[in-house]
Design a protein around this ligand. Structure first.
Ligand code: ZN
Length: 362
């Protein structure tokens, strides 16, 4: 495998989809909250032998509670779960990592909310910066107290290139191996600008959170090919779709419902070569009991995503080659045009200052 890795998130020992073909993303709250969970996670890693293990920080649990108006603790002297409230602090993140020994640890963070208004974004960025700066530095300090081979990625949480400059200036006292970034609220153009800026800052490794759709993955594959030493992505969509009895079309990842009592579009061919689908038909999926269908679809959906990622990476030699590849796979013409525009801009502006472009890409 090259420098482009797709990691299943939310996997467990019953539906782990990627034995031998991918990595594994665990997070602090769901995999490391108790000694028993840590032991189970260690055993699972032993069993599935992923190519790469990334430990995420469960900062998202803070955002979910915050958005629901629920109480937060944010106190490192309290345990990871205190009075049933998640309290994922750097000290817990590192303590778990030293036991699990992931390849990559994502420093603790508190994600910014999805906001449109500029003033609100500034306030939100400033509020979270206070914590995100402190927690990145603390994660680094705690991790470095004990000899280990874990690579540290810091998590960028902001809305603009200026925020990016401010955050990295604020943590300039620490060393890190890569940067983790959510892209769920970004356009392709914004993601591309952030990635270019990180590359210009000398960042070598990137983890993109929640990437499984065709076009963001194509963008990430292009950057993996031309800019970074390693790009990893993670998503749980393989599993979320399986829960809904949806089969990811291996040619373009569009979902096909394969539950009972449905007529599947005859234009969609069951020609998948993965171990779950080989020599099987859609009817086979439709007639399976739900639990078996779920497990097989997890396996298929992950394979389809992973295989598409590798195909995109392979076809990323030039902007033209990846665009032609996408044209052969999907009829989403406007999305292809959008990506084409973004990648052409990236190629043209690799060696220029890019901050002034931000308004142009929307
Ligand atoms: Zn398949």
């Amino acid at each position: 495998m090259g420098n482009f890795h797709n990691l299943p998130a939310k996997a467990n020992d019953r539906d782990f989809p990627g034995i031998g073909i991918g990595g594994f993303l665990i997070n602090l709250m769901d995999y490391c909250a108790t000694e028993t969970m840590i032991r189970n996670t260690q055993e699972l890693i032993q069993k599935i032998q992923p190519e790469i293990v990334v430990q995420d920080n469960s900062g998202f649990a803070l955002l979910i509670r915050e958005e629901a108006g629920k109480k937060l603790i944010l106190d490192e002297s309290k345990p990871l779960i205190y009075k049933k409230i998640p309290n994922p602090m750097p000290i817990h993140n590192v303590a778990a990592a030293l036991k699990i020994k992931p390849d990559i640890l994502i420093a603790s963070d508190w994600p910014v909310k999805k906001l449109k208004d500029g003033d609100n974004r500034e306030k939100e960025f400033e509020k979270k910066l206070h914590y995100n700066k402190k927690w990145a530095i603390q994660t680094y300090q705690f991790l470095n107290k004990t000899p280990n081979n874990i690579k540290l990625y810091v998590a960028y949480q902001g809305y603009t290139l200026r925020h990016m400059e401010i955050f990295f200036e604020a943590i300039s006292s620490i060393q890190f191996d890569g940067v983790s970034m959510p892209i769920r609220n970004q356009t392709l153009g914004q993601t591309a600008l952030f990635l270019m800026q990180l590359w210009k800052m000398g960042v070598k490794n990137i983890h993109l959170l929640g990437v499984a759709a065709l076009f963001p993955m194509a963008l990430a594959a292009f950057f993996a090919r031309h800019f970074f030493e390693m790009v990893t992505m993670d998503a749980s969509s393989y599993k979320d779709k399986a829960f809904e009895s949806k089969y990811a079309n291996p040619h373009n990842l569009s979902p096909v419902y394969v539950g009972e009592n449905t007529i599947i579009d005859p234009d969609v061919k069951m020609d998948c070569k993965c171990s779950a689908c080989k020599r099987r038909s859609f009817l086979y999926y439709q007639n399976l009991p739900y639990t078996y269908r779920h497990v097989l679809l997890c396996s298929h959906n992950f394979w389809a995503t992973e295989n598409m990622g590798q195909e995109l990476h392979k076809h990323s030699t030039t902007v033209k080659s990846i665009i032609n590849f996408l044209k052969s796979k999907t009829d989403k013409v406007r999305k292809i045009e959008e990506l084409h525009g973004v990648l052409s801009l990236v190629e043209a502006l690799k060696n220029k200052v890019i901050r002034y472009l931000e308004a142009a890409v929307g």
